[in-house]
Design a protein around this ligand. Structure first.
Ligand code: MN
Length: 214
C-alpha cells in the first residue's frame, strides 16, 4: 500500500487573504507531495511497514529500522502533519471556538485570548523550522508544545489536536520574515468543528483521524 497525497479539501485560493494561493500551490503540490513520495521511497525495501498507517509508524518511531528511521520521522511526519493542517483550516473560518474544546481551553489556559497569546509566543520563539501544537498529553492534560523539523507529537506520546506550520515555506511568499503576522492571521482560517472532532477523538483515539478521511 502506497501512501497518497490527499487533495486539498477546498480551492487553493480559498484561504485568501490570510494564506495566498501561490503558497498553497507550492505547499500542497510541492512540499506535501514530496513528503509522500519520499516516505514511499523509504519504505520500498520494508514490505512489513508498508501496510501500517503513517501515524502508527510515528507513534512507534523507535522501533523503525535505523537505516530509515530519520526518513520516516521527516517524511512520515511531513505527510501526517500536513494532512491534519489542511483539514483544520477552512474558508470563512476562525472566530472563537465552541463545544468541548472551548471548555477545555478555558479550563487549561484561563481564556481563549490567553491560549492564543501563549500559542503565538511559542510559535514566534521556535528557532528554525518546526511546528507549534496544542496536544493532549499522557494523562489528558492540554499543553502547547513545539517540535523541530517535521517531528509529530505522536512520537513523544502526545496527541496533536491542532498545529501550525512555522516553516518559512508556509508563509514567506506573503509575510516574508514577519512570522508573527502569519501566526496572528492563521486564527482567521481555523476550522473549529474539525478541531473539536480531533479533541473528542483524542480522548479515546488511537489513530490520526485526518488520515482516516483518505
Ligand atoms: Mn509545511
Amino acid at each position: 500500500m502506497a501512501h497518497e497525497l490527499p487533495p486539498l479539501p477546498y480551492d487553493y485560493s480559498a484561504l485568501e487573504p490570510h494564506i495566498d494561493s501561490q503558497t498553497m500551490h507550492l505547499h500542497h503540490d510541492g512540499h506535501h507531495a514530496a513528503y509522500v513520495k519520499n516516505l514511499n521511497a523509504a519504505l520500498e525495501k520494508h514490505a512489513d511497514l508498508q501496510k501500517k498507517p503513517a501515524d502508527e509508524l510515528l507513534r512507534n518511531i523507535n522501533s523503525i529500522p535505523e537505516d530509515i528511521r530519520t526518513a520516516v520521522r521527516n517524511n512520515g511526519g511531513g505527510h501526517v502533519n500536513h494532512t491534519m493542517f489542511w483539514r483544520i483550516m477552512k474558508p470563512q473560518g476562525g472566530g472563537e471556538p465552541s463545544g468541548k474544546i472551548a471548555d477545555a481551553i478555558k479550563k487549561t489556559f484561563g481564556s481563549f485570548g490567553d491560549f492564543q497569546k501563549q500559542f503565538n509566543e511559542a510559535g514566534t520563539k521556535l528557532f528554525g523550522s518546526g511546528w507549534v501544537w496544542l496536544v493532549r498529553a499522557q494523562g489528558g492534560k492540554l499543553q502547547i508544545v513545539t517540535t523541530p523539523n517535521q517531528n509529530n507529537p505522536l512520537s513523544d506520546g502526545n496527541f496533536p489536536i491542532m498545529g501550525n506550520d512555522v516553516w518559512e515555506h508556509a508563509y514567506y511568499l506573503k509575510y516574508n520574515n514577519r512570522r508573527g503576522e502569519y501566526l496572528t492571521a492563521w486564527w482567521n482560517v481555523l476550522n473549529w468543528a474539525e478541531i473539536n472532532q480531533r479533541f473528542e477523538h483524542s480522548e479515546s483515539g488511537v489513530h490520526e483521524p485526518a488520515l482516516a478521511h483518505r
